[in-house]
Design a protein. Structure first.
Length: 557
């Protein structure tokens, strides 16, 4: 039974996940929280259909409590045609039957809260599904109908309107426009979709759209969620005249900041002020913050800082570390920029090494040792941190999925495997020696929705939890230490003198962290034995591709 494996008994002498937030004001739990991203479809399957579901997430909560995180972020579980696995939402106020129902969602929230977890859910305000009732109405009413004003419909260019209205690209490949067939059967207007044609962009200049999403926020807040992760938070508003992009030759797969006419428009900030006010209403009732954390992909930390001003988003994912190459100087500059620009807003930095759209860390850094060191570095930095499911297992990217099983619309739109995301979304391995590795169980179960490679056997939670030197124990031990050191999540950072390939700093008055980005060992900044290290680490020496933590009172000089 899945439940029997996951709920493996009480954990002795473990800090409760909620204890970490008690180091600051309770209502600001988010400032230092460690949140675990759950890609619901690939976490744990309770029904045997080969697809993860909400009941599976609920069954996995004891596992996450043992790991030591503070909360969970659920990727979309709404009714959807699943063109982009839930990021094409057909109904924002329900649960897709493949994942469960509203009653099961309620049980998940209740169980999570009883175990000390916060629950965040994904919200997708930039676009909806082409099967959303609003879009179906827009198609049915024709070009004179008011329903089309909720989207970006426009006449085409060319003698017969046969060319797209402008030169914008889709993030998934090809033009960002699709022409519709009008109710009478003739070629008609075009509609904008910065992602797939199954994901029409909403027109936030129509006040109906903003009013609708305020209702959506309240629907889920009334059901106990603790906050929202906002998809495409730099989108929403487009240039009102929809002119050509100044960079028409840009790669069609380039992400987020290539077209300044489609992203990061100033009107977007007004939406986040409105949403923040909605969250503050709920905070006023019980004194506990409801969190808004944005997917803010911008060019510089200074641009990101504009999104986390005191009356806008509480947090925004700091992607600049995720995209940094394995280089000490680059990492130091990225950390310094974040401390200067983000922390000065009164927010806290929200560190990430991975998510459901990125190549897994072990593969991106081309070494498990580097991924282990990066994990210790991230968890030692001031602010909050998000862990993508499976990172604690050291899972590499699955790079050899056959073309016929790929589901990513990037592949189907572009014909290229570059940038596809299926490889980081393969269902998790829990136990056993062959697929489905405990992801689904019972007689006659379906195969996992993406095939698991045989080498997943070396990365099951069952195996890694039994190995004190595993990735899992590195994350677990780091989270336990982080919980025991109040200054670690929210204290100061002071750089130490170190060789060029090493980053070394003191956190508050409790911890020294050092990371050797090079391949050659060097002297450690602290002479004693580390409290925790990402690899074998003798006293006085810091091996290559290794991070270590020492008690700050051991620092000399």
């Amino acid at each position: 039974m899945i439940d029997a494996f996951v709920d493996d008994g009480p954990v002795q002498n473990e800090p409760r996940p909620s204890e970490r937030s008690e180091h600051t004001a309770q209502q600001q739990w988010w400032r230092t929280a460690v949140i675990y991203e759950v890609y619901v479809r690939s976490f744990l399957d309770s029904t045997g259909d080969g697809i993860g579901d909400l009941a599976g997430v609920r069954a996995g909560l004891p596992y996450l409590k043992r790991l030591g995180v503070d909360g969970i972020w659920l990727n979309p579980f709404y009714p959807s045609p699943q063109y982009d696995h839930g990021y094409d939402v057909a109904d924002y106020c329900d649960v897709d039957p493949v994942y469960g129902d509203l009653a099961e969602f309620g049980r998940l929230v209740d169980d999570a809260h009883r175990q000390g977890f916060k629950v965040l859910i994904d919200i997708v305000p930039n676009h909806c599904s082409s099967k959303h009732p609003w879009f179906l109405q827009a198609l049915a009413e024709g070009p004179k109908g008011q329903a089309r004003s909720r989207f970006h419909f426009a006449e085409g260019r060319g003698t017969g309107g046969e060319l797209p209205p402008n030169n914008w690209h889709s993030m998934f490949g090809g033009p960002a426009w699709t022409r519709v067939t009008e109710p009478e059967g003739t070629p008609g207007q075009w509609y904008l979709h910065l992602f797939g044609p199954e994901q029409p962009d909403l027109n936030w200049r129509n006040p109906e759209v903003g009013g609708y999403f305020e209702q959506v926020l309240r629907f889920w807040l009334d059901r106990g969620v603790d906050g929202f992760r906002i998809d495409v938070a730099t989108g929403l508003f487009k240039h009102p005249e929809l002119p050509d992009s100044p960079d028409p030759a840009a790669d069609a797969r380039a992400r987020d900041t290539v077209n300044p006419l489609a992203w990061n428009q100033p009107e977007t900030h007004g939406v986040w002020r409105t949403w923040r006010a909605v969250c503050e209403e709920y905070t006023a009732r019980d004194g506990i913050d409801r969190l808004l954390v944005g997917e803010v992909s911008v060019r510089t930390p200074a641009e990101q800082a504009a999104y986390v001003r005191p009356d806008e988003l509480h947090q925004a994912f700091f992607f600049h570390m995720l995209t940094a190459p394995w280089d000490a100087a680059v990492f130091r500059r990225v950390i310094q920029d974040a401390l200067r620009d983000i922390a000065d807003t009164g927010s806290t930095i929200t560190w990430v090494l991975n998510n459901h759209d990125q190549v897994r860390t072990v593969t991106r850094y081309a070494a498990a040792a580097r991924a282990r060191a990066a994990a210790l570095l991230m968890l030692s930095l001031p602010g909050a941190a998000y862990i993508y499911q499976g990172e604690e297992l050291g899972l590499p990217e699955v790079v050899d999925l056959p073309d016929e099983v790929l589901t990513d619309p990037i592949f189907h739109r572009s014909g290229s495997r570059v940038g596809i995301r299926d490889g980081c979304r393969v269902p998790l391995p829990w136990s056993g020696h062959m697929s489905p590795f405990g992801f689904t169980s019972g007689e006659g179960v379906a195969k996992p929705w993406l095939p698991q490679p045989a080498w997943f056997a070396a990365h099951t939670t069952e195996r890694l939890m039994a190995d004190p030197g595993s990735f899992w124990h590195l994350y677990h031990d780091a989270l336990r230490l982080r919980a025991s050191l109040p200054s670690l999540g929210n204290g100061t950072l002071r750089w130490l003198e170190s060789p060029s390939q090493v980053l070394a700093f003191v956190r508050g008055d409790g911890l020294v962290c050092a990371v050797n980005f090079g391949a050659v060992p060097c002297p450690a900044p602290v002479p004693g034995t580390p409290l925790l290290a990402s690899g074998p680490c003798s006293p006085g020496t810091l091996p290559g591709s290794t991070a270590a933590w020492w008690a700050a009172d051991s620092l000399t000089g």
